[in-house]
Design a binder for this molecule. Structure first.
Ligand code: AMP
Ligand code: MG
Length: 458
């Protein structure tokens, strides 16, 4: 077995001052490891840590060797529900460390719930344990479904009692460490635009191209960055849709410049293919409803383009915004085929398949996971009787040519039901934790999700 070495690389420091503020982590009364992601820790060369060392770094935030000497709360602005807010920034988190994985990719360890910062406003800087559990389950599920997502690296319960209006309170506290391909947001650019700080904006563009897109910046760097971000965010929007995932808060400070999905608060999976299905109880206008996510993400990319006009004329940026929907659509079709475990045929057949899948999902109360599970590999060996009516005719007809039973080789595809992560299941995992500190269902679910991920990979 090859052991991956730990490769620290705190390149954020190369940006210079003015992007973040050094902060002190909160000191917590208690540390109990609830989740350590040894799978990803292994890729970072950090899986050898003993539990007490893990707590020292990911609960007490003692610096990792040759890494950032102190945590940095990042500065950013952003549009929240399309209203500009210059008062954002890391209010309960910070950048803790940066390192390279086994493929040389730059990854951050960032926190959530690690204490107050200059950007906390009235907030306590804390994360609830339930919020942490929800982020673990969201990231595990999305990763298994092939969505480009941040990972939850660590969740440590911290022994405080928190007051929240959206959870029975007092409620337990936790600190989470997120492993992600950067923490630069569209809102990071918007802040520099608001400050008319062209010099730092140019530096940030170069930094992002170099470290998140592996390109040496040239004279057209801002145009190139927008082009790459447009492509990655179109992929991301397509992934959310094919996964039936509703992020809930697609504000511009929650859109990563690398196109990786992150920051999971009031997320939900849509139980049925309902475009109006909304995750956040405070999203009264349904701005970030299931079916409106592509528009919302596109809107955020437009804000990035506007910010970039601080250092470049608008003309070369406009066409990149116009083609966003044209990048989204084929990506969405491809992701639906991936969920079905079938490969592309002709353009016409692919379009017909997509229309038929959407038609069936939109026209019935079928759970999308159920359809994709039953029809994995374009065949339906176990529950054919459920798809007999006339309204399934077009779908059955379209999918017939795609039959690829080899995609069902893993025994997961012969289970009685797909692994899903609906809100009732989430609550059923939380209840025994809240009532008797019983974490069995939580760990069982993670194991089931990871097995589904293996089956989906092939
Ligand atoms: P979010 O909608 O979770 O992405 O958060 C929006 C802003 O609120 C960010 O600046 C967060 O850091 C901040 N924030 C959220 N919760 C808290 C909290 N409990 N304490 C301090 N700041 C918070
Ligand atoms: Mg956020």
């Amino acid at each position: 077995m090859q052991v991956t070495p730990y490769r620290p690389d705190p390149v954020y420091l190369s940006l210079g001052e003015g992007f973040a503020d050094p902060v002190r982590p909160a000191s917590f009364p208690r540390h109990v490891i609830r989740f350590r992601n040894d799978r990803h820790a292994a890729e970072m060369g950090l899986d050898h840590l003993r539990d007490d060392e893990w707590i020292a770094h990911f609960g007490k935030f003692e610096p990792l060797p040759d890494n950032l000497p102190e945590p940095l709360a990042m500065r950013y602005h952003g549009h929240q529900f399309q209203v500009y807010n210059p008062d954002l920034g890391d209010g309960r988190g910070f950048l803790f460390a940066q390192m390279r994985d086994s493929n040389g990719r730059l990854l951050d360890l960032g926190t959530k719930g690690s204490g107050q910062t200059p950007w906390s406003r009235a907030g306590d800087g804390r994360l609830t344990l339930k919020g942490g559990v929800r982020e673990v389950l969201a990231t595990e599920m999305l990763e298994a479904l092939g969505v480009n997502t941040s990972k939850t690296f660590s969740l440590i319960e911290t022994g405080e009692n928190l007051q929240r209006h959206d959870e029975p309170s007092p409620t337990r506290s936790a600190v989470l460490v997120r492993l992600s391909h950067g923490h630069i947001r569209i809102g990071t650019f918007q802040r520099l635009a608001a400050l008319k700080d062209a010099e730092r904006m140019a530096r940030l563009v170069d930094y992002c191209l170099r470290h998140y897109y592996d390109e040496e910046p040239g004279a057209d760097a801002p145009v190139r960055l927008l082009e790459l971000v447009a492509g990655q965010t179109a992929e991301l929007a397509a992934s959310y849709m094919a996964a039936g995932f509703v992020h809930g808060v697609l504000n511009s400070d929650n859109i990563n410049i690398s196109g990786e999905s992150f920051d999971y608060g009031p997320w939900r999976f849509a139980p049925t293919w309902d475009g109006e299905f909304t995750a956040a109880y405070f999203d009264h206008q349904r701005l970030y409803a299931f079916g409106r996510q592509p528009q919302a993400i596109h809107w955020n990319v437009v804000q990035l383009a506007r910010a970039l006009t601080t250092i470049i004329a608008a003309e070369p940026l406009l066409p990149l915004l116009e083609i966003w929907p044209k990048m989204f659509e084929p990506a969405f079709h491809r992701k639906i085929r991936e969920r079905l475990g079938v490969t592309s045929r002709s353009e016409d057949e692919d379009a017909a398949l997509f229309t038929a899948v959407e038609g069936v999902l939109a026209g019935t109360d079928l759970n999308p996971d159920r359809l994709f599970f039953d029809w994995r590999g374009g065949v339906c060996p176990h529950r054919a009787e459920a798809y007999q009516g006339d309204h399934f005719a077009a779908f059955r007809n379209a999918i017939a040519a795609y039959a690829n039973p080899a995609a069902r080789a893993h025994d997961y595809w012969s289970d009685a039901a797909p692994v899903t992560m609906l809100i009732d299941e989430m609550e059923a995992i939380w209840t025994p934790i809240a009532e008797s500190d019983d974490w069995t269902s939580f760990h069982d679910k993670i194991n089931a999700i990871r097995r589904m991920g293996e089956a989906t990979k092939g």
